[in-house]
Design a binder for this molecule. Structure first.
Ligand code: NDP
Length: 282
């Protein structure tokens, strides 16, 4: 058996996960000795699998679709941001054996936007498309940037209204349907729907993005997503996808587990270069 500390990502599907490679690159860079694997775990097997992982001495887990809510329920204690998100993407064993649950998605997005892409969110009007698990994780970290306001628009309007109500004590947050976006303008639009995974686009009115606004798609793909292309076609100053967020949220998890902060820029550059090479070879 390996003497290295064991980490893993659980999810379903998990085959295409970039997390094992990202964490191995972080480990090499920071001289940490660890193994990080990907395991396909359907929701109904989650509790059994997570208990077995920690019983065998596993140190930390990432959880992705569809397990974040289950991981939230499983954690013995939660950080404030995980508590608010009601979703956990990082589990970590504590010295007393208890399991801490955290959500690093939101901070990953904020770091990518504000540090990697120098987007200043202060006083901006932010539109979040979608009211699923990813939206939950990013609302509080966005509010923490002293934004003017957040509007959450969702296909199923009631979900957006209910989600906004959970955060309204922390700042100006409103929920609505897509049709309510007519005649509104935003500085920053974040696509947290899963439409990019199927090549679709949420129904957005013309002029909803202010001139030289910012678009950010949480999804990432080899080619620019429909939403990234929409942003460019609609005059965005920057229209970005979620690769940077993926690497930043992984770095936060690595820091929680190892107490060492890896440099994200070399990993983002490597993935970006590989993506360009892959595109040009098609
Ligand atoms: P969920 O399944 O929890 O939520 C999906 C959301 O998309 C819902 O609001 C749903 O609306 C909406 N939606 C789905 N299909 C359509 C459609 N055809 N038209 C309009 N809206 C639609 O997914 P997650 O929140 O977990 O993930 C959302 C995205 O964020 C995914 O692309 C995921 O890959 C990405 N992500 C990226 C991360 C990163 O690190 N870069 C981290 C986490 C997520 P409704 O409520 O009406 O069904």
């Amino acid at each position: 058996m390996s003497l290295k500390d064991q980490y893993a990502v659980f999810g379903c599907p998990i085959k295409h996960s970039k997390s094992p490679r990202i964490h191995q690159l972080f480990a090499q860079q920071t001289d940490q000795s660890l193994d990080y694997s990907a395991q396909e775990v359907p929701a109904e097997q989650f509790i059994e699998a997570v208990k077995a992982f920690f019983a065998k001495g596993g140190k930390g887990l990432n959880c992705t679709i569809p397990l974040k809510e289950l991981a939230w329920a499983f954690a013995d204690l939660k950080t404030e941001r995980a508590q608010l998100a009601k979703a956990v993407n990082t589990l970590a064993v504590q010295v007393d054996g208890s399991i801490l649950g955290d959500n690093t998605d939101g901070i990953g997005l904020i770091k990518d936007l504000t540090e990697n892409h120098q987007v200043n969110l202060v006083k901006s009007k932010v539109l979040i498309l979608g009211a699923g698990g990813a939206s939950r994780g990013i609302i509080k970290p966005i509010l923490d940037q002293q934004v003017d306001s957040i509007v959450i628009a969702n296909r199923t309007e009631v979900k957006a209204v209910e989600l906004a109500a959970e955060f309204v004590h922390l700042g100006s947050v409103q929920g609505c349907g897509f049709s309510d976006l007519e005649h509104q303008q935003f500085d920053v639009i974040i696509n947290a729907t899963s439409t990019s995974l199927t090549g679709e686009l949420p129904p957005l009115p013309n002029n909803v993005l202010r001139e030289k606004g910012i678009c950010y798609d949480l999804a990432y793909a080899l080619e620019p997503t429909r939403f990234v292309t929409w942003g460019l076609d609609n005059g965005a100053l920057k229209s970005l996808d979620g690769l940077g967020m993926l690497i930043e949220q992984a770095a936060e998890a690595f820091y929680i587990w190892r107490d060492v902060r890896p440099k994200t820029q070399p990993v983002i550059e490597l993935f970006d270069t590989e993506r360009k090479q892959c595109r040009s070879s098609l």
